[in-house]
Design a protein around this ligand. Sequence first.
Ligand code: FAD
Length: 336
Amino acid sequence: MNRRNDISLLPYNTFGIDAKCRSFAEYDSPEELGEILKAWQGKGKMLHIGGGSNLLFLGDYDGLILHSNIKGIKNTDDGLLRVGAAVVWDDFVAYTLENGWYGLENLSLIPGEVGASAVQNIGAYGAEAANFIEGVECMNLTTGERRTFTNAECHYGYRQSIFKTPEEKGKWAVLYVNYRLSRTFVPQLDYGGIRAQLERKGIALDTLTAEQLRQTIIELRQSKLPDPKVQGNAGSFFVNPVVSRQKYEALVKEYPNMPHYEVSAEEVKIPAGWMIEQCGWKGRSLGNAAVHDKQALVLVNKGGATGQDIVRLCETIQEAVRTKFGIQIHPEVNFI
Ligand SMILES: Cc1cc2nc3c(=O)[nH]c(=O)nc-3n(C[C@H](O)[C@H](O)[C@H](O)COP(=O)(O)OP(=O)(O)OC[C@H]3O[C@@H](n4cnc5c(N)ncnc54)[C@H](O)[C@@H]3O)c2cc1C
């Protein structure tokens, strides 16, 4: 167990925000978490973090920050892997391929830890964690009760889960996630330029291996997204908004090149990054906060930005998009 008071959260968030917290505790087992929770009773608020790659600290955190140190991957029955919440997500993906378990290739290199993968329902290149999660083993942060949520009980949707709803948010610590994978490699290639990249690399589809697909995804991601170790960021900052078809049809008359994704007969999704770029914000800065020059959906810390600097840029962009397109865009990142 590792408990400290009044520490900087700089090593615990990829945005590189130098906020502090009143108390910090890292536990090695569910039993240790139980002890920490008992000792903290009545002392104030709590926040469970993972790798801090989807958090924006707006200021110091006057409460207890919890972090799991539960590691380990156990093959409990054929294809069911019980994974500690603190396992780094991409280490888990690499492990699955090394051991001949398939399904997670397209989710390679997403930052963060396995615990958060079940909270966030991480997704990329046409795949999402929810398709492989069988159960999520949790502890209630108030009562210490242990409960396993089945996949159905997690109510997964696009980057959504029961753990993000107003009723359940912040109530549970994820201890382990049970992933069900396959011994058969079925490549998913129809998203985000995967086929084109394989062609460029001269890899034939009939000999494609899971490891080659993983490396291709890694290259695609590295070419588009800033590395948080080099420039602080939290990945996609805004959610792509879903608008009515009527609204989309009115806009496309004015902007014939506007990209879109079909959602349903009534609704259409519009890439927020495209709108931000049209507003002239791609690559622009406001103080120490900036819009990434290759991907306008990503806000970056140029060095020394505070949470409030990032919020100022966020609000300025929201206002620009609202004025030009009449659409409200919302942050995907968790504001703390
Ligand atoms: C460069 C970059 C690229 C990214 N690309 C993608 C992408 O392609 N797809 C995608 O989906 N996301 C992406 N993200 C976002 C991020 O990687 C995911 O949201 C990831 O799941 C966050 O994991 P984390 O461990 O860092 O969680 P944190 O950011 O620490 O926490 C995220 C949320 O999960 C909760 N949480 C974390 N661990 C636990 C736990 N053990 N128990 C209970 N609650 C917990 C936190 O309270 C918080 O609400 C990207 C981020 C970056 C920086």
